[in-house]
Design a protein around this ligand. Structure first.
Ligand code: NAP
Length: 354
């Protein structure tokens, strides 16, 4: 086993033609956005707080100091243009992403700035690749959907596990959570997201079987062997865009799904001054080719909180890159996955390769 975590987060990026180190955070009043804003500040970036609710933006500003707030709505493109003016990039934290992705990407393209979102839903991520790849290339910007715990992390782990393999027979993702206190955004997104889920089977996206397949999965400690159910999210879309495998499947253990189904389970509560909850997660990715197997396992605390270092590292890398390939990109397509994961602080994420 090799550990690829351990380096402290790095902060440096070169200034750009836009206001240097300035990022618009859309949906800044939300729970995950609070971690994103805090992490941007920790790394020396200036967030512009944007969203549709002026009161929530003011509350965020009061928490973090003298930050600019710009009220904007996805129904009003001019307000979005004002919200993004002068920023180097926008991080869209406002979900359901079925409702926000297209108008915020369109605004980013008009502004000529990079776009990142946190979509776990498959449909808006697929639509982003299908509708915005050419416009993003033409605008010379990078659009990265699903740069978050669900989606982006599994994509990076799968890319890291593939290493020098050009193709694999199978990529399997398994998520284990000890519990799940969902935010309002998670619950609303779950209700809003009625699209048919897809998996990648025999080299193409196909509908998930009904009922979803179940099996057991042997996670490393502390989770051990668990019953899991197929739960394909945005990682199926991103991974299938750039890694060659005949089969790509995702699973989750059952305890967090029982929490999600229980309306009495409330939103996450901070377990310490970092604001993170006590929730423990593991993301386990196995790639197989013939009789060979490679594995990358990430563990940490709080799936909402860990999204912040992931997306902020992505922004910093793009803003600091002398050159980059413009277009809609999966995280593992855009970044050196092992280097990216190793750059994260072990306080945020520990990754082991087997
Ligand atoms: N992929 C992942 O791993 C991952 C991780 C974290 C979060 N997420 C996703 O990110 C989204 C937010 O999650 P959260 O935990 O931060 O939830 P949250 O605390 O409820 O925040 C949701 C935020 O989105 C805003 N919003 C929702 N719909 C909007 C719309 N149509 N126009 C403008 N703003 C809108 C909300 O504004 P109002 O207060 O005005 O409604 C609020 O600021 C969810 O879709 C969630 O699934 C994904």
């Amino acid at each position: 086993m090799t550990s690829i975590s351990g380096k402290p987060a790095t902060a440096g990026t070169r200034p750009t033609a836009k206001q240097p180190r300035t990022v618009a955070v859309f949906g800044a009043g939300g729970h995950t956005a609070q971690f994103v804003v805090a992490h941007l500040l920790k790394r020396g970036w200036t967030p512009i707080l944007s969203g549709r609710d002026a009161t929530a933006l003011r509350a965020c500003r009061d928490k973090y100091g003298e930050l600019e707030t710009r009220v904007a709505s996805v129904e009003d493109p001019v307000s979005l243009d004002r919200a993004l003016a002068g920023a180097t990039a926008v991080i869209n934290c406002a979900g359901p992403f079925l409702d926000t992705t297209a108008p915020v990407i369109e605004a980013a393209l008009r502004a000529g700035i990079h776009y990142f979102d946190l979509a776990a839903e498959q449909a808006p991520v697929l639509a982003t690749f299908e509708h915005f790849s050419e416009p993003a290339r033409a605008a010379g910007v990078v659009v990265v959907p699903a740069m978050a715990f669900y989606g982006g992390l599994a994509d990076l782990l799968a890319t890291a596990a593939m290493g020098d393999w050009i193709r694999a027979d199978e990529i399997q993702v398994a998520i284990a959570l000890d519990s799940w206190q969902p935010t309002r955004g998670t619950r609303v997104t779950g209700q809003r997201n009625t699209s048919q889920r897809v998996v990648y089977a025999n080299h193409r996206l196909v509908p998930l079987a009904d009922p979803p397949p179940t099996r057991t999965w042997s996670f490393p400690a502390p989770f051990g062997t668990q019953d899991v159910v197929a739960l394909p999210l945005s990682e199926i879309i991103t991974i299938s865009r750039h890694l060659r495998a005949a089969e790509i499947h995702s699973y989750m253990n059952l305890a967090p799904l029982e929490d999600l189904r229980d309306p009495a389970v409330g939103p996450p509560t901070a377990a310490d001054e970092s604001g993170r909850s006590a929730q423990v997660f593991m993301a386990d990715v196995i790639v197989r080719k013939g009789g060979e197997e490679r594995r990358a396992v990430a563990r940490g605390r709080d799936i909402y909180a860990v999204t912040a270092p992931l997306v902020v590292e992505a922004v910093a890398r793009i803003a600091g890159a002398p050159t980059y390939a413009a277009g809609v990109m999966a995280p593992g397509e855009l970044f050196d996955a092992r280097d990216f994961l190793a750059a994260l602080s072990p306080d945020d994420l520990v990754v082991d390769m087997f």
